[in-house]
Design a protein around this ligand. Structure first.
Ligand code: IDP
Ligand code: MG
Length: 198
């Protein structure tokens, strides 16, 4: 399980806000290991491939958006989750192709779920304090919807181990992912700690 991997992408707003170091620090300090990193400007087609590696993403994202309107006592502008996602995807393509992004593979125990925890909920306005989205950005669905754009939430993190595998294969060639040991892994994972005391 300590070999679990997740894909993290610092979105164009994270790069523009000079938060690359801050964001990397959050993953490093929890004990995850960086095994691949690159900067690219994605194309719109690539972004569609990325978000649709999970065949359920279109339905789930549409339903989540509709639900967030209802929670606020608002009527969703469209009732069909797939139509809602079509709009979300178009806006995401505009956003994600607007500038460079940093793609990374982080590895370690519970890498996928831990990363989602430190990234926080999709909407920065309602995501928890202490998370990357909660601490470093202020966007809300209300504002992004009013302006007809994607919510700016700094970062992408794979939603499941399955998605992570597919996303990593999309963003990285196998030889771009480095297998190596970190000395800190001994204190994180080893059962036998003999050898620390001299
Ligand atoms: P996640 O990034 O927290 O996993 P997803 O539901 O997978 O969230 O959506 C992918 C991305 O699409 C979000 O991070 C966000 O940038 C954008 N997005 C999703 N739903 C909405 C929406 O209702 N309005 C604006 N942007 C959205
Ligand atoms: Mg997602």
């Amino acid at each position: 399980m300590k070999n679990e991997k997740t894909l993290i992408v610092i979105k164009p707003d994270g790069v523009q806000r000079s938060l690359v170091g801050e964001i990397i620090k959050r993953f490093e300090r929890i004990g995850l290991k960086l095994t691949a990193v690159k900067m690219i400007v994605p194309t719109a087609d690539f972004i569609e491939c990325h978000y649709t590696v999970d065949p359920e993403w279109k339905r789930v994202t549409g339903e989540k958006t509709i639900e967030s309107y209802r929670k606020k006592g608002l009527t969703p502008p469209i009732e069909d989750p797939f139509k809602v996602t079509e709009r979300v995807l178009k806006n995401l393509q505009n956003f994600m192709t607007s500038g460079p992004v940093i793609a990374m593979v982080w590895q370690g125990l519970h890498a996928v779920k831990l990363s989602r925890k430190i990234v926080g909920g999709t909407e920065p306005f309602s995501s928890d304090v202490g998370t990357i989205r909660g601490d470093f950005v202020l966007d809300s669905y209300q504002t992004s919807d009013k302006d007809g754009r994607s919510i700016r939430n700094l970062i992408h993190a794979s939603g499941s181990i399955e998605d992570a595998k597919k996303e990593i294969a999309l963003w990285f060639k196998p030889d771009e992912i480095i297998n190596y040991k970190l000395v800190s892994e001994q204190i994180l994972y080893d059962v036998n700690l003999d050898g620390i005391l001299e």
